[in-house]
Write a protein that binds this ligand. Structure first.
Ligand SMILES: NC(=O)c1ccc[n+]([C@@H]2O[C@H](COP(=O)([O-])OP(=O)(O)OC[C@H]3O[C@@H](n4cnc5c(N)ncnc54)[C@H](OP(=O)(O)O)[C@@H]3O)[C@@H](O)[C@H]2O)c1
Length: 285
């Protein structure tokens, strides 16, 4: 039995759909059953969220492998992750496949990458069998970096990132969840090429027919230009430092794990824009 969290979201939803297509027995652990996908062969169990250890333990009893999607950004995300992992141990789960982040480490510029590192450490310390899928930044987000007036303004300098499509991450997750020999493995999921934001804007321009430009910001400018969103400091710091990690070259390395594990090359930006035209609807004139 595979337990899948995050099935009401983009990545977990894709993984659940792929497992259902193959008839794999699965339990979706969701917060809101009304938004759970209707999939053949899936039970649906409700738990209030990763922080609710008791409900998570109840939801996870009978699950052998847990696909644990990292939680939405919040000030308590690390504690929420630890609570979900501890619940898995208590419920008798044998294996955790966790969606981590490329270059997760205690000193990465990207503050959320530090949380992923701490979550990985917590999982390792449990002694459970684990596999970490360290995703680069999602390729799916690249069109959303651009404002409707056609500007990507970010403190990424001339750095490049090997963005990876969620579809490719889901294909890898399927291979890992249903295959063998992934115990203790850490896979780094990247696209087949690293794009600077200037290169990404050139592709957006070609595909959308609308001029999109990259404006390199200083870190101070990046905080100032995002202030009007009124988002909490921890969230703005997450956004800004993801670009700083690009500027420092932390996300540039291309690794062939997607192709090795799925048998197909990772999706380039042009293909993603063609597959998901709604992602650049805001750029249409
Ligand atoms: N690599 C990247 O560029 C990147 C970018 C953004 C996010 N991420 C991380 O990758 C994860 C998956 O991405 P996605 O695109 O699938 O995100 P998404 O569409 O926002 O889906 C997140 C899913 O996780 C569930 N969830 C979030 N926090 C939870 C919690 N505390 N307890 C229980 N369930 C929780 C959500 O449930 P509800 O529907 O009930 O909210 C939803 O099903 C995100 O949650 C985030 O941690 C990565």
């Amino acid at each position: 039995m595979i337990g899948v969290t995050g099935a009401t979201g983009e990545l977990g939803g894709r993984v659940a759909a792929r497992l259902a297509e193959r008839g794999v027995p699965m339990r979706l652990i969701v917060r809101d059953p009304a938004r759970a996908p209707a999939l053949d062969g899936a039970d649906i169990t409700i738990a209030a969220g990763y922080h609710d250890r008791e409900e998570m333990v109840a939801a996870l009893r009978g699950v052998d492998t847990l696909f644990l999607v990292s939680g939405r950004e919040s000030p308590n995300r690390l504690d929420e992750h630890k609570s979900a992992v501890d619940a898995a141990v208590e419920a008798g789960v044998e294996r955790i496949v966790y969606t981590s982040f490329a270059n997760a480490s205690p000193d990465t510029a990207f503050i959320l990458g530090r949380q992923h590192h701490a979550t990985e450490e917590h999982i390792r310390a449990t002694g459970l069998v684990y596999t970490f899928l360290r995703d680069n930044l999602y390729l799916d987000f690249v069109p959303f970096f651009a404002t409707p007036d056609g500007v990507i303004a970010a403190p990424a300098g001339d750095g490049a990132a090997a963005f990876v499509a969620r579809d490719d991450v889901a294909d890898v997750a399927l291979a890992v969840l249903t295959g063998e020999g992934h115990e203790g493995a850490t896979y780094t999921l990247t696209g087949g090429k690293a794009y600077t934001l200037a290169e990404a804007t050139a592709i957006l321009t070609d595909v959308t027919g609308r001029e999109v430009v990259y404006k390199a910001e200083t870190i101070e400018e990046a905080y100032a230009s995002r202030a009007h969103y009124g988002a909490p400091d921890w969230e703005v710091e997450g956004w800004v430092t993801s670009y700083v990690a690009i500027a420092r070259g932390e996300l540039e390395r291309v690794i062939d794990d997607v192709e090795r594990l799925t048998g197909h090359p990772p999706m380039p930006l042009e293909d993603l824009l063609e597959r998901y035209p709604e992602s650049w609807a805001h750029l249409k004139r």
